[in-house]
Structure formats: structure tokens, C-alpha cells
Design a protein around this ligand. Structure first.
Ligand code: FAD
Length: 396
């Protein structure tokens, strides 16, 4: 079916925004991306790309470069934080890929970001453009930027992350919900740590806290995240630096492999963990949201990037299949929202008390992680086995 041409303005060149641009371009839709940062840089630490995300990127033609940039852990292991005793070992690798129809990858966020950025011509990524306002009329949408410029488009997509300006424009001010804990993230050279099993997704658990680690960068580095109590919420920012001496002090009684990992960090990011209640709706006639702007969630199921990838593919497909007439974009955005809102709300709710929290060891319950890992696999199955394209096809 041929339609009048459509132009889409994507606000935010994160994982979600760049995947959206990639998917739209493959479907022949004209797109420009506007990013507040002056450069696309080496930001972030370790990130998970679960099978529900990796299989979609493979269908977008990125399977080979993704496999080269990522690590596919062969197993998941839960260890006691104090003794290092292996409490549970769950094979992953091919078994996981077969079960969930796609590999579970771990990688540096910067590597995934660079791979996606390479799919969009530089002329269509506009840097240093911070969106400050969005105004809709019957013919399209205007986005104003902090530098005094503006752009005009048929459809605007807010892929501008957890502090989304477009979300505020659509939904008004809201209070994020603080979880009481923080994620301290860092990446350390593999040569600086010893005693870690190769190619394994590790969780150490004990009454003092949890530490998760996985290899990145072709095993040349390990990324870790420590989930620790956070008495003073520091804002949901990715740019705050962690206090390394406090981090080391929190893990002084940990087994040597966990301790050397923490001690090898020369810098780490501190992210107070916030969540937001699902919105009742996130689209208007010409504007919609995706990724963390639409449905920020706690990171315990490692689904942030994969849900953004699902949104991107779903939105691009709905826009490509729009009908004719002036209401076609609005109908496509409504279809996209209808497909994604209930599913992402379920995934978000599941991640509230799930993920590695299920593997914690309350005092007097040494077998808890063994029971917890079965529950964790059942929990992540909801998100990881879901195929957004199959769901979309079934609804047409
Ligand atoms: P994001 O990845 O947050 O991208 C949002 C983009 O929008 C950013 O590039 C931001 O600069 C831009 N933006 C924001 N406001 C505006 C505006 N007003 N105008 C224009 N552009 C705007 N997750 C992990 O698991 N591990 C990590 O190490 C990690 N590091 C991160 C580092 C950074 C700097 C950011 C922004 C996010 C990080 N995340 C990390 C979060 C993770 O990328 C997301 O949860 C997930 O990928 C969903 O992506 P998203 O595209 O919805 O949002």
C-alpha cells in the first residue's frame, strides 16, 4: 500500500531512539533524531540484551555485529557473598537461546549504542539539540529546542529517557517512586581481577547486599553492579559518581573474587533506583513515547534496553502500516500504544521485587537462592519469550 510520505522526529539518541530510527529507515520512513548531548560518547557500563531484544535486532540485520560486540554468557551462577560457595548454577548459552529463541547477551552500553548509531546517517542525527517544548496541531507537530531552533514533523517520538520532556508535556508533572536502593556500576579490566569463572553471569548474595557481574568487550573487561541500600536518594541521574571508599567498605567481608572486582574499580557511577507508575496513556494524535520515557522500570530483570527495542520495532511497524487520510498517524500511534502499554506495565510490575532480589539470602534461609532461581527463570520467561512482532501479526 502506498501512503503520503511521513516524517518522524525522534527526540533522544539513546538505545530506544536509535533503534526506532533504524527500524523506520528499513521500512522506508523518513526520520531525524535530535539528541541533547553534544556528542555520542562512551557512556554507561554493563547492560543486558535479553532474547526478546536480541532477536529483534537480528531481524533488523544486526545479528552479526551484535554477536561480535557482545558476550553470550554460558551460565548463571549464584554464590554466597561471604564464602564464595556456589549455591546455584543455571546453564545459559545455547540452551537459553533455544528456549527463548534468541541469545541472552551482556555488553557495554557504549558498544550497543555505537552499533545502533552506525545504522543512522550522521546527517540525520542532530546533536546538541535539547527539546524543551512540543506543540501539536492538526497538520503536524513542532518541537522547540533550548538553542532557540525548532523542527516540524508529522509525528514526534519521545525517546528522551527517564526525565522525558515529552512525557511531562503529555502527562504533566509526576513524582518518581524511590526504591530505597542504589545501583553502583563500573567496568574493570579483566586483567585486574582473578578467581572469576569464565563467561558467567554472576550474582553474589548475602545479608549485606548483592553484587552482579558479567564479562563485556570480548571478555577483556568485567562489568559489575552492586545493589546497596541508598539512604539519601540522589536523583535518578546517570552522571553521579559513586563514593568508591564506601563501596569498598560495604564489601570488605566479601569472598576474595567479589572483593577484588570491587577493589579494581577506579571509578563507578551511582544510580539511585527510581520507578514510575504506568501512565494511563502515552500517545496523542501526533506524539508518542517509548523506552524509559514511556515506562521506566527498576533494572532487576535487565529489561530496560530490550523493552525499548520492542517499542521501537512495534512503533515502526504500526507507522509503516498506517492507513490513508489525515487520521492515519493518530490511528497508528493508538495501535502502538495499545500493543505496548499493558505488556510493559506487566514487565515493570514483575521487575519490582523480582530479578536478583529473588536470589537474596535472608538470615537463617541459606536455601533461599536455590528456590529463588527457579522463580527468577519463571519471571523472566514472561518478558524473554514474548515476541512483539508475533503479537502484532496476531492482532491484525
Ligand atoms: P536512554 O538510554 O536513557 O536514552 C535517552 C536519550 O535521550 C539520551 O541520549 C539522552 O541524552 C536523550 N535526551 C534526554 N532528554 C532529552 C531532551 N530533552 N532532548 C533531546 N535529547 C534528550 N542502563 C544500564 O543497564 N546500564 C548502564 O550502564 C546504563 N547507562 C546509561 C547511561 C546513560 C547516559 C543513559 C542516558 C542511560 C543509561 N542506561 C543504562 C539506561 C538504559 O540505556 C535505558 O534504560 C534503556 O536502554 C532504555 O533506553 P532509552 O532509549 O529509552 O533511554
Amino acid at each position: 500500500m502506498s501512503h503520503p510520505p511521513l516524517h518522524v522526529a525522534v527526540i533522544g539518541a539513546g538505545i530506544g531512539g536509535l533503534t526506532t530510527a533504524t527500524a523506520l529507515r528499513r521500512l522506508g520512513i523518513d526520520v531525524d533524531v535530535y539528541e541533547q548531548a553534544p556528542a555520542l560518547g562512551e557512556i554507561g557500563a554493563g547492560i543486558h540484551l535479553a532474547p526478546n531484544g536480541s532477536r529483534l535486532l537480528a531481524r533488523l540485520g544486526l545479528g552479526t555485529p551484535l554477536h561480535a560486540a557482545a558476550v553470550q554468557p554460558a551460565a548463571m551462577e549464584v554464590r554466597a557473598l561471604d564464602t564464595g560457595a556456589v549455591l546455584v548454577r543455571q546453564p545459559m548459552g545455547k540452551l537459553w537461546a533455544d528456549r527463548f529463541d534468541g541469545p541472552h547477551y551482556t555488553l557495554h552500553r557504549a558498544d550497543l549504542h555505537a552499533l545502533l548509531a552506525a545504522q543512522v546517517p550522521a546527517a540525520h542525527i542532530h546533536l546538541g539539540r535539547r527539546a524543551v517544548a512540543v506543540t501539536e496541531d492538526t497538520g503536524g507537530v513542532t518541537i522547540d529546542f533550548a538553542d532557540g531552533t525548532a523542527c516540524r514533523s508529522d509525528v514526534a517520538v519521545g525517546a528522551d529517557g527517564v526525565h522525558s520532556v515529552l512525557r511531562r508535556a503529555l502527562a504533566g508533572p509526576e513524582r518518581p517512586v524511590f526504591s530505597g536502593s542504589a545501583a553502583i556500576r563500573a567496568v574493570v579490566p579483566a586483567d585486574d581481577v582473578t578467581g572469576l569463572p569464565a563467561n558467567t553471569l554472576l550474582t553474589w548474595t548475602g545479608p549485606a547486599g548483592r553484587l552482579l557481574a558479567h564479562p563485556v568487550r570480548s571478555h577483556r573487561a568485567w562489568a559489575f553492579v552492586a545493589v546497596v541500600p541508598d539512604p539519601r536518594a540522589a536523583g535518578d541521574s546517570w552522571s553521579r559518581t559513586a563514593d568508591l571508599s564506601a563501596l569498598r567498605a560495604a564489601f570488605t567481608d566479601a569472598e576474595p573474587a567479589a572483593r577484588t572486582l570491587v577493589e579494581a574499580a577506579t571509578e563507578a557511577g551511582h544510580w539511585s533506583l527510581y520507578d514510575r507508575q504506568p501512565l494511563p496513556r502515552w500517545s496523542t494524535a501526533r506524539t508518542t513515547l517509548l523506552g524509559d520515557a514511556a515506562h521506566p522500570m527498576l533494572p532487576h530483570h535487565g529489561q530496560g534496553a530490550s523493552q525499548a527495542v520492542e517499542d521501537a520495532v512495534a512503533l515502526a511497524t504500526c507507522l509503516a502500516r498506517r492507513g490513508d487520510g489525515p487520521n492515519a498517524p493518530a490511528a497508528a500511534l493508538a495501535r502502538y500504544e495499545n500493543l505496548r502499554l499493558a505488556h510493559t506495565s506487566r514487565v515493570r510490575e514483575n521487575s519490582l521485587g523480582g530479578g536478583s532480589e529473588r536470589l537474596s539470602t535472608p538470615p537463617g534461609a541459606p536455601d533461599a537462592p536455590r528456590a529463588g532461581i527457579g522463580q527468577l527463570v519463571r519471571d523472566v520467561a514472561l518478558a524473554q519469550s514474548y515476541d512483539v512482532e508475533a503479537d502484532l501479526a496476531a492482532r491484525v
